[in-house]
Design a protein around this ligand. Sequence first.
Ligand code: ATP
Ligand code: MG
Length: 236
Amino acid sequence: MTLLELTDVTASYGPVQVLEGVSLSVPDGGAVGILGANGAGKTTTLRAISGVVRTGGGIVFDGQSIRGLRPDQVAARGIAHVPEGRGTLPNLTVRENLLVGAYLRKDRRAIAGDIDYLLDLFPNLHERIGSNASALSGGEQQMLAVGRAVMARPRLLLLDEPSLGLAPSTAKNVYDAIRRLRLESGIAMLVVEQNANLAFGIVDTATVLETGRSVLTGTSAELRGRDEIRRAYLGG
Ligand SMILES: Nc1ncnc2c1ncn2[C@@H]1O[C@H](COP(=O)(O)OP(=O)(O)OP(=O)(O)O)[C@@H](O)[C@H]1O
Ligand SMILES: [Mg+2]
């Protein structure tokens, strides 16, 4: 079953249209990548889904149009967005940041269980549970941002360049945890990533964006095999 379907989505910042026609679909429980050069519109595609930019075209989630909904309404439908730059709350502790992610929930016992699960998934956070987010390393902040999003018990996670600015070994740790989360939780994922080697480790299919349009979609294996993808996104 298709969980999220974008059909010829357009988006503008004020008078400037930056998405010209993005189409992609995420199956329930599936993981889909978005590849593309700087400025191609990857972040804007996630913002269009989250309702923070003005959009046209079709955005259907779980069988219902969500285009034009406010960000809080989109979140309440079960979509959690981990933005570029992470957006953790610097003056709150790791635990408090995780609890912020669960603010719509009332099931205290399940919330505590989810925190335990996330601290097992991200052992670095376990050690820093009482520290302010501002004191965390970049990798730890990324883990916290993912953890906070998962605390909402979403059906779909939007991840914007989880590896950005991280050392290769740290980026690999983050991706290993996301892979495990995917297997254990069944949460569907839409992952923006410039490092296609990392993305192909967790996604089933990916869509390539060029100047605001989706130009190519394929399975990870198909895309890995294409010369232009290897040259542009796989370092040779
Ligand atoms: N707030 C904004 N106001 C006006 N134009 C914007 C704004 N944010 C992004 N843009 C423009 O929209 C286009 C797409 O930007 P977007 O951030 O979606 O690209 P991206 O693929 O995520 O790039 P990157 O890989 O650098 O993160 C770019 O030309 C960018 O300059
Ligand atoms: Mg971006």
